[in-house]
Design a protein around this ligand. Structure first.
Ligand SMILES: [Ca+2]
Ligand SMILES: [Ca+2]
Length: 221
C-alpha cells in the first residue's frame, strides 16, 4: 500500500474516528442504513486530512484506495462476504487459510458494529493492522477474539478464534496443541485478576511481552 510514514497512533482512535466519520457522512450508525439508498460517498478535503492523520497515508494513496474500494464495491461498504473477497487480495495467505479468520477480522474492522465495513473503517483497519505499532495491532486483535463485543474475553471466545488462527497459520497437527487446551492455558496466563474475564488491557499487556503466544494468536504481524 505504498509508503507509509512512521507508525500509527491508535490512542482513542475508534471514538475519534466514529465521531468524525459519522459527522461527516451523516450516516446513522444503526443497521437501518441498509434500507437507505446507497450513495457514492465523495472524499472531502476534511476526510482526506482526517484519514491522513490517522493512517499516515499520503492524500494520493488515500484517493487511490478510495477509487479501488468503490470500483470493487460501488455501494460503498462491505458485508461479511464482500469483505472476504476484498481483504484476501491484500494478504499473502491463501483464501482457504484466510476465510475463517476473515470473519473475525471483519468484526474488528466494523468499529461501529453496524454489520458493514465502510471505506473509512476499512482504510483505518487495514493501515493500522499492517503498519501500526504493536499495541494498535493487538487492539484490533482483541476485537477479533471478543465475539460478543462486550469488551472482555472469556475462555469460550478464545477457542474458536484460535482454531481459525490455526487454519490461517497452516498448523496441521492440531492434536499436538489442541486449541481447547491452548485456550485454557492462554486464559490462565491472561486473566491476571483471576475473575474468568480478560480485559483488553490484560490481553495487550500480556501479548506485548510474550512473543510466542503473540505469534500464535495475533493475525496482524
Ligand atoms: Ca461499520
Ligand atoms: Ca466477550
Amino acid at each position: 500500500m505504498g509508503n507509509v510514514k512512521g507508525t500509527l497512533n491508535m490512542e482513542n482512535m475508534p471514538a475519534a474516528y466514529m465521531k468524525r466519520f459519522h459527522q461527516n457522512t451523516n450516516e446513522p450508525t444503526k443497521s437501518s442504513t441498509v434500507k437507505k439508498e446507497h450513495k457514492r460517498i465523495e472524499l472531502s478535503e476534511r476526510d482526506i486530512d482526517f484519514l491522513r492523520s490517522q493512517t499516515g497515508l499520503s492524500p494520493d494513496e488515500i484517493v487511490s484506495w478510495h477509487k479501488k474500494f468503490f470500483h470493487e464495491n460501488p455501494n460503498g461498504h462491505l458485508d461479511r462476504f464482500q469483505f472476504r473477497k476484498f481483504y484476501r487480495i491484500l494478504r499473502n495467505e491463501s483464501p482457504e487459510r484466510l476465510n475463517d479468520m476473515c470473519d473475525h477480522i471483519f468484526r474488528a474492522f466494523d468499529v461501529d458494529g453496524n454489520g458493514f465495513v465502510e471505506f473509512g473503517e476499512f482504510l483505518l483497519g487495514f493501515a493500522i493492522c499492517s503498519r501500526g505499532d504493536l499495541r494498535s495491532r493487538l487492539d484490533y486483535a482483541f476485537e477479533c477474539y471478543d465475539l460478543d463485543s462486550n469488551g472482555y474475553l472469556t475462555e469460550d471466545e478464545i477457542e474458536p478464534v484460535l482454531r481459525a488462527m490455526y487454519t490461517l497459520l497452516g498448523i496441521q497437527h492440531i492434536e499436538d496443541y489442541p486449541p481447547e487446551e491452548v485456550a485454557k492455558d492462554f486464559m490462565k496466563k491472561l486473566d491476571i485478576s483471576n475473575d474468568g474475564r480478560v480485559t483488553k488491557d490484560e490481553f495487550i499487556y500480556f501479548l506485548m511481552k510474550d512473543g510466542i503466544y503473540r505469534n500464535t494468536v495475533n493475525p496482524f504481524r
